[in-house]
Structure formats: structure tokens, C-alpha cells
Write a protein that binds this ligand. Structure first.
Ligand code: IPE
Ligand code: IPE
Ligand code: MG
Length: 250
């Protein structure tokens, strides 16, 4: 049985449910290799898992789900694997344009998509356009995303405004800086989930995860289902979030 009962969107904080969950979708390759399948089969299965988990997050009443789909470092992989991931993405977005609008899920993309193929860029734009009006739940897909790259670009954008005379360096505050990031407008994720067992952040949401609770599980992403998400959310509810202060529980 689901740990949280299904309810209206926008109620996340009330029930101890995070408003925003971030996921490093890791373990696709190992999942496939353990089955004697090509790594690509793992990426395909991982895309299905994303569909299931996004819908479940929406049904639970969360506001945002942000997933790491392709990092700025993933270009180091063999060309064949990169091509296969891009082609799966193409296929996935084609299917999603209809299903996301039908399921009331807004899709937004974070990262430098300008280097992707014109076809993929057009699909991303179309998906963005079609789902833009959807309110309630938003899934963010990080594509060619790197936390350091994001911060450097933000710094450049701010520097440009200073050079143009619109801003002075002293004006920049911790509250304003996120407005220059890819994630502008999103609240920080309260919970970061990493399937696949690795105890590292791999350049994901470096600014935004400053105080996120980190849940790591050995379960590989394609095997990560609703029950695993329930478990992560139940664990999250037990956390004492102090933000450098003292426990509010005592
Ligand atoms: C994550 O799964 C997907 C991408 C990085 C594109 P991996 O492909 O990293 O899977 P493992 O970690 O090798 O099992
Ligand atoms: C992180 O997984 C990137 C994505 C899931 C998209 P990686 O497999 O690339 O991370 P490392 O290499 O294990 O740190
Ligand atoms: Mg990996």
C-alpha cells in the first residue's frame, strides 16, 4: 500500500511530503548487463521507470520532480552509447508529447540543449510549448546538464549585466543568484534520491542540493518502483532538518 494517500496537488508541505524531489537516474547499464542485455536496453527500461515515477509523484501531490538524464560528462561514453541514448530520447519525447499533456504533466528541460541535434531541439521546444500551460505538477529533465557548468553560466550572465551597467557586483545575493541558474523559479529539492548505490553527487544540482536530504539505494533505476519511492519518502519524514540550527523536535 502506498505510504502517502493520493490527494490534490500543491498540498505537499502539509503532509510531510517534499514539494520537490530530485533523482539521479543511475544504474541503467548495470541493470542491462546483469541480464545479459546491451546497456541500451537499460536506458530504455529507465525511461519507462521515469514515466511511472513521474506519474506517481504527481498523484501523490508533489509539485516538482527533477531527474538527471544526461550529464555534461556523459559525452565521454562510447559514441554508440551516446547515439543510442539520444535516439531513445527522441523516441521518448515523441511519445510523451501526447501522454504528458493527457496526464497533466508539464515537462521542462534544464541544461544546454543547444548542442543537441536540430530534430531533438525541435522536439524539446514542441514538448515545452504543448505542456507549458499545465499547472500543478512539473517534471524537469536535466539534459547535457552539469552543476558546475550551470554555476559558471549563471556567473557569466550576472557579469554581463554588470558590464552592461544593469547591475553592480555588490547587488548579488544568495537569494538572487538562483535566478540565473537553469533551475530559475524552482524551489530547492528537499530530497535527493540516488539509485544504483554510488555515494556521490556526480555534478548534479550543486547549488540547489546544499541542504537536501540524500537517500541512496542499491536498487538500480530500472527496478525503482512506487514501493521504493514510498520507502524514500518514509525515510525523508524521519529526517530532522536543522539547516545548521538546532533541532525543532526537542
Ligand atoms: C544512468 O545509468 C544513465 C545515464 C548516465 C545516461 P548508467 O548508464 O550510468 O548506468 P550504470 O551506472 O553504468 O549502471
Ligand atoms: C550520473 O550518473 C548521471 C546521470 C544519471 C545522468 P553517472 O553514471 O554518469 O555518474 P558516475 O560516472 O557514476 O559518477
Ligand atoms: Mg552510472
Amino acid at each position: 500500500m502506498a505510504f502517502f494517500s493520493q490527494k490534490q496537488t500543491g498540498q505537499a508541505e502539509v503532509s510531510g511530503l517534499p514539494r520537490h524531489v530530485a533523482v539521479i537516474m543511475d544504474g541503467n547499464g548495470r541493470w542491462a548487463q546483469r541480464r545479459g542485455l546491451p546497456r541500451t536496453a537499460g536506458h530504455k527500461a529507465g525511461a519507462e521507470t521515469f514515466r511511472t515515477i513521474a506519474t506517481y509523484c504527481k498523484d501523490l501531490g508533489m509539485d516538482y520532480l527533477t531527474v538527471y538524464a544526461f550529464s555534461t560528462e556523459n559525452w565521454k561514453r562510447p559514441q554508440g552509447e551516446v547515439d543510442a541514448i539520444m535516439s531513445l530520447l527522441d523516441q521518448y519525447l515523441h511519445e510523451s508529447i501526447e501522454t504528458m499533456a493527457r496526464d497533466n504533466i508539464r515537462l521542462r528541460f534544464l541544461g544546454d540543449v543547444s548542442v543537441l541535434s536540430p530534430r531533438l531541439r525541435a522536439l524539446i521546444e514542441e514538448t515545452d510549448e504543448i505542456t507549458r500551460h499545465i499547472e500543478g505538477f512539473q517534471a524537469n529533465i536535466c539534459l547535457n546538464y552539469g552543476g558546475r557548468d550551470e554555476i559558471v553560466r549563471a556567473a557569466r550572465r550576472f557579469a554581463r549585466e554588470c558590464v552592461d551597467g544593469k547591475k553592480t557586483p555588490e547587488e548579488l545575493s544568495e537569494a538572487d543568484f538562483p535566478g540565473y541558474l537553469w533551475s530559475a523559479g524552482l524551489p530547492d529539492p528537499e530530497l535527493l534520491i540516488r539509485p544504483g548505490g554510488e555515494l556521490r553527487v556526480s555534478n548534479f544540482l550543486l547549488w540547489q542540493c546544499a541542504y537536501s536530504e540524500i537517500y541512496v539505494t542499491d536498487t538500480l533505476w530500472p527496478d525503482f518502483g512506487k514501493a521504493e519511492l514510498d520507502e524514500a519518502l518514509a525515510w525523508y519524514r524521519t529526517r530532522d532538518r536543522r539547516f545548521g540550527g538546532l533541532s525543532a523536535k526537542k
